[in-house]
Ligand binder design. Structure first.
Ligand SMILES: CC(C)(COP(=O)(O)OP(=O)(O)OC[C@H]1O[C@@H](n2cnc3c(N)ncnc32)[C@H](O)[C@@H]1OP(=O)(O)O)[C@@H](O)C(=O)NCCC(=O)NCCS
Length: 193
């Protein structure tokens, strides 16, 4: 009898380690998609070489020891889709922050990102025994907000008019999930993960 499920495998994707060479190559391609960039972060959309992207990754992975870095791959054919990173902000309070990006836009809106987020939450609550996971998302990213709600996050607050894009200002939305909320919905081994 299997006592423990495979933590890193979901319904559509699995989480794997990051190979900076491989992810650097994909990321420099994904970053040429300005919509992806503008959904993901504040930085003005700008282009980086594969080498610069790889070096950035290596530097951060070396320096940020409290971050758990994963790439996201399809179960069907092991295709690299994006990455998801869980940073423990404070081990004493067991608080953490998550960031997610599916770079392959043909895979947006098909459940892959939500599946990856569910896996990271399982990892956060069952493996690291964290107490809460936080994220933020731009107001204009309706797909991400809906995906995070499906994974169990709740709206916790908003910082008004932080970001200016497309000639208007937008809020940043904060969402979070507590371990007991996750346990209630997904902690049961027989429940839908
Ligand atoms: C955001 C992201 C992780 C979501 O993962 P995903 O696999 O695409 O999400 P899903 O397909 O599981 O769910 C998307 C949901 O949003 C809904 N949706 C799509 N566009 C929407 C919009 N503009 N407004 C509101 N809801 C929207 C879909 O109908 C679906 O909900 P449903 O299942 O109830 O019908 C992924 O699309 C992604 O990485 N996008 C690019 C980068 C990015 O935005 N990163 C997040 C930064 S915070």
């Amino acid at each position: 009898m299997t006592v423990m499920e495979d933590l890193l495998q979901g319904k559509l994707v699995r989480l794997s380690g990051i190979d900076p060479e491989e992810l650097g190559k994909s990321f420099s391609r994904w970053n040429r998609d300005s919509e992806f960039k503008r959904l993901l972060d504040f930085d003005p959309a700008r282009l980086h070489s594969t080498k610069a992207t790889r070096e950035w990754m290596e530097k951060h992975m070396e320096a940020e020891k409290d971050t758990f870095w994963f790439s996201i791959r399809t179960l069907e054919d092991d295709h690299l889709l994006g990455d998801i990173d869980l940073s423990v902000i404070n081990w004493g309070s067991r608080d953490s922050f998550v960031g997610l990006g599916i770079g392959e836009r043909d895979f947006w809106g098909k459940g892959y990102g939500t599946d990856a987020m569910k896996l990271v939450l399982r990892y956060a609550f069952l493996e690291l025994n964290l107490r809460r996971v936080t994220l933020n998302v731009f107001e204009y990213n309706g797909r991400a907000i809906r995906s995070y709600e499906k994974a169990g996050f709740r709206l916790e607050g908003r910082q008004r008019q932080v970001i200016q894009r497309e000639g208007r200002r937008w809020d940043i939305i904060y969402m979070g999930i507590l371990s007991e909320e996750w346990m209630e919905n997904y902690g049961n081994r027989n429940s839908d993960r």
